[in-house]
Design a protein around this ligand. Sequence first.
Ligand code: ATP
Ligand code: MG
Length: 581
Amino acid sequence: METETIVPAGKEEKSLNFIEQIVEKDLAEGVNDGRIQTRFPPEPNGYLHIGHVKAICMDFGIAEKYNGICNLRFDDTNPAKEDTEYVETIERDIRWLGFRWGQIYYASDYFQQLYDLAIRFIKEGKAYVDEQTAEQIAEQKGTPTEPGVASPYRDRPIEENLRLFEAMQRGEIEDGKMVLRAKIDMSNPNMHFRDPIIYRIITTHPHHRTGRQWNVYPMYDFAHGQSDYFEGVTHSICTLEFEVHRPLYDYFIDQFSGPNFCGLSPYGPDYRPKQREFNRLNITYTVMSKRKMLQLVQEGLVAGWDDPRMPTVCGLRRRGYTPQAIRDFMDRIGYTKVEGMIDQGLLEHVIRENLKETAPRVCAIFDPVKLIITNYEGEGETLTAENIDGHDELGTREIRFGRELWIERGDFLEEADNKFFRLSPGGREVRLKSSYIIQATGCEKDAEGRITTVYATYDPDSKSGTEGGNRKTKATINWVECRSGLDAEVRLYDRLFAVENPAAEEGDFRDLLNPESLKVVTAKVEGALRSELHAPVLVDGIEQENHYQLLKQGYFVVDPDTTSEKLVLNRTCSLKDNYLK
Ligand code: ATP
Ligand code: MG
């Protein structure tokens, strides 16, 4: 797969994507009485990932744009893999992204109707119970150019099919011993028509909502279109791999709509849902499959579904991605009919652009050395700095200044040439960010020759914000006052995988993890961050993340591991943007 380079969009009017064009045409033609209803249909068998968000933005976006409704439907037809834990996190993640559904539905709400439909199909001679193994059935499917072989059970009498299917439901038949198949066409060029399995037995796991009520469960093709139909969905939007299922989707709808209408939907005989497909999202340096993510979580290769390296919604959130940035990313990549691979750099570019406008700047010192200002007397003072330089409308914060400060070790050189503009004894003036101008006078070292303290003098008439503050220096350095500053555990995250497309590589994807994807350091951060040690703020029941730019270091977010004693910060992204290079 080629990696696409998407040039960041300007503010110009966007043209309609192909699904919007279809919707506008349907509206113009009065299809389904001009009603627009979509659904987002996750299976509650894992956490939402950024691929799902592409579908969410489409499903909810169409409803928002065209005055329709988007419902949330849990596609919960496989109790062996599903759980209420997933239902709850899916709802939470969608709300955090800023979308609001109309109704919540479950495919399991329709188990009785679907079962009744299956019985009806059996009675009409359109379905039969097959006793072959899954392997035998697969072998008989044929190839797209060779017809399949009919099952020896294909022509079983209707009465026997009914009796066996009912026995399957009563739990009298072991899992895997029988399935119900639609009797359609074993030589159809579309393989999905070659008597697809529509029901299977699952007795090993209770269902998270219906418990032990059912022993047979409908397959995707028999449940999805029908659920759309029962609910009144007009545009059933999904990803391209379902395109080949579409004729089967339509075939089942045909059995009970139009001339065969039998009242299963309140919208009358002319109503029918239509499936439309767009390209999946794939991103470099990550995996986009729930199964692989589950494996990483279960084997402890990441810290959980919300590990900040994971492409899950909760992982991105913990990494410091904002809903705006994620939605902006979806706008830029757009929707097409061609599968591709998106450069992770674009995602990073978008969040960087977003945080550049919004994240307050604070000082943090990653490799601290002490600086003593020898001519500074007294207890210290409080200075004011703009949250974002040049934007006083975005507020200011207070910073403590005093005699003892932390500065970056690399900002001082005992012996420097004339290309080094930061601190060095010998008269060069350097501004301490948002405060005074200082000059280094010397340093102290330990027995190993490592510098322990830097000495300097300051100019009391050079304070930023005063007339003397306009005096220019060749360098400005960051600092944190020792007494008011605090320690923060800083988690420096990088890409989860070391290769662009782990799914395309031979061998085990777990061997391709980036060994450098997490480094932890302790940094000195300015006292303004002390407020982060309080309980997080809730808005509309949703915990708010707090984002900062640590000057010269990157964008960071406060991690939920933060306690009243300990501040934890996660790196969202660095300051440098290589995306368009
Ligand atoms: P996975 O392949 O990760 O297991 P899935 O397709 O089985 O995902 P579902 O819960 O069935 O997950 O998906 C819900 C919806 O999200 C479906 O409509 C599906 O088409 C869409 N979706 C899933 N993955 C992507 C993706 N990578 N890009 C766009 N849409 C996606
Ligand atoms: Mg699926």
